[in-house]
Design a protein around this ligand. Sequence first.
Ligand code: GCO
Ligand code: MN
Ligand code: MN
Length: 389
Amino acid sequence: MTDRYQPKPEHKFTFGLWTVGSVGRDPFGEPVRSRLSPVELVYLLAEVGAYGVNFHDNDLVPIDATPAERDRIVAEFKKALRDTGLVVPMATTNLFSDPIFKDGAFTSNDPRVRAYALQKTMRAIDLGVELGAKVYVFWGGREGVETDAVRNPVDALKRMREALNFLCEYVIDQGYDLKFALEAKPNEPRGDIYLATTGHMLAFIETLDHPEMVGVNPEVAHEHMAGLNFLHAVAQAWEAGKLFHIDLNDQAFCRYDQDLRFGSHNIKAAFFLVKFLEDVGYQGSRHFDAHAYRTEDYEGVKEFARGCMRTYLILKEKGERWNADPEIQALLAEINADDGSTDPFKGRYTPEKAAALKMATFDRVALGQRGLAYERLDQLTIEILLGVR
Ligand code: GCO
Ligand code: MN
Ligand code: MN
């Protein structure tokens, strides 16, 4: 029997080494799983049916590795990729774990820390490109504060801009085929992180020297931590031509950073997200940036990874069902009906249109009294999700 929800390369499901490789440490407890090597994690991801694997520089090469160690590790990793067929669509830099980054990397007050962060990122870009990455993610986990006494936030923005401009030029100079994707998060690990949401990032990108090279990597959990509608952030990024990557997971609103299995918490939000990505024809990776529960062993980690992909594919099928549902389509047609009476006022402004519109009459009371049947539409959505339609 063929499984309709079997992941295939065309679905572009990817995981970070740090996701399935999480040993389950949290602020209150020690690791619960033994560490697997990057090569072992590649085989684990291949076993569950992933298409690709992404990494931070130090997920693969330890921060204090010698050049010879680096070359050996990279060679072993490349062999595992060849053996399994997995690809590396995205790479990133760890600018948050080492104590040197305790007060930020690109936004640190110490110019030596800022210079080291640039050096580390250039080397990590070289590593990512060597392994095939086409997207490079910037998540500034430590780029923030516990107290605004330490830095003017305007200086933080200027430093961030300077760093990204420098690195864009570096990529151009090397002739790399690489785009940047900025990932916002409102807090954790810092009390407040600069450029807190995808919307902040989209505005900031337009101030860079090479805005065409830079897009966003929105993450479900990060917008939910801020109490925001993730789909709306994704839609704005898409409409701006900036949806270069996406981090899928799940998260209860306004809680600590949970990184739950995709679709495990807010199933309706996950449904409209998947439907959106599929309907618009998003071509990038579907990257799961999540962790298995701390209760799990590696069988549970595989279950977690399979679950992320399976739920995505189930929701994709539900979206197709929603699009094909005659009652839903009839309701949508009614909602969007247009009797043509406002045609003379549509489109770009002209003085004539404005004058005509100012003179037009509307039956305000009748328009206000009209029932919109959104209750029915939403109930039909729920019935599709609950499997009775
Ligand atoms: C987090 C972030 C990270 C980034 C990763 C890639 O909340 O810790 O989501 O997992 O996505 O560092 O840049
Ligand atoms: Mn996250
Ligand atoms: Mn992320």
